[in-house]
Design a protein around this ligand. Structure first.
Ligand code: IPE
Ligand code: IPE
Ligand code: MG
Length: 253
């Protein structure tokens, strides 16, 4: 079935039949960009785009679960996003807190395991508490591994891992020659989650913006001009169809 025919089906509850289940990505990462532009196009304040963006995320999470993608990671706030106007940052922190509190029950019902990565200590205390509670309560859930990158920076994550490893060497717990990719990955905040197979960025920007720098080494990149609040199951279908067309060589021939 073509993408156009699928579009005629408004629900897309199940994996579209043209996608091969055995070739689905095991982990999709999304840079949810374009909320501000979406709002601007409608003459609304930027924050309305962020609010709408959370609805999109909720549906894309459910879509991944419905279609059998076992891990989704979403970039919600970068270490550089503190540089935005205070009002917008405050709105986002309050929004995150409200959404985590509001959605916890449903995440339990739907068996979603949520995890937050990034420098969580620097977040407002009340948000940090909600995050801890959600991570703890959902830790045994199995149907999908949902990771939210909040106050996350790929470079900071790598530096943090280096510091931890250096301290272990200094204490005599590790030899420098023990440091390999596997050991390094164990010191990243994403330890235990496989690397993303597919990284999606909405709103057309062709950059990584400090997201999962180590982990995307061999991810397939997919960029769409669609703004994040408009990214829906039809768009997800397009991204997955494009992914399934790719030949992943991993440096081989
Ligand atoms: C992404 O949308 C959300 C966050 C970075 C928090 P933007 O707010 O970056 O939207 P644009 O890029 O300005 O349109
Ligand atoms: C990346 O979007 C960060 C998130 C989506 C949270 P930005 O809008 O912050 O990225 P730049 O500034 O366009 O690189
Ligand atoms: Mg942006």
């Amino acid at each position: 079935m073509t993408v156009e025919k699928i579009t005629a089906n408004p629900v897309l509850q199940q994996l579209p039949p043209d996608l091969l289940r055995e070739r689905l990505p095991r982990h999709v990462a999304v840079i949810m960009d374009g909320n501000g532009r979406w709002a601007k196009q409608r003459g609304l304040p930027r924050i309305m785009g962020h609010r709408r963006g959370t609805d999109t995320l909720k549906d894309i999470l459910r879509c991944c679960k419905d279609w059998g993608i076992p891990a989704l990671t979403a970039y919600a706030f970068s270490t550089e996003n503190w540089g935005r106007p205070l009002e917008e940052v405050d709105f986002l922190m309050t929004l995150f807190e409200r959404v985590v509190r509001r959605e916890l029950r449903e995440m339990m019902e739907e068996d979603v395991q949520i995890r937050f990565v990034g420098d969580l200590d620097a977040l407002p205390k009340s948000l940090h508490l909600e995050i801890d509670r959600a991570m703890q309560q959902t830790s045994q859930n199995k149907s999908i591994q949902f990771t939210v990158a909040t106050n996350y920076g790929g470079r900071q994550e790598i530096l943090h891992a280096c510091r931890e490893i250096a301290a272990k060497v200094q204490q005599g717990l590790l030899n420098p020659e023990d440091i390999d990719e596997s050991l390094f990955e164990h010191h990243l905040s994403t330890a235990g989650i496989c690397d993303p197979d597919l990284m999606i960025r909405t709103s057309g920007e062709m950059r990584i913006s400090n997201f999962l720098l180590w982990q995307v080494a061999y991810a397939e990149l997919y960029v769409t001009d669609t703004l994040w609040p408009d990214f829906d199951r039809t768009e997800m279908h397009r991204a997955l169809a494009a992914y399934q067309q790719r030949e992943r060589r991993f440096g081989k021939v």
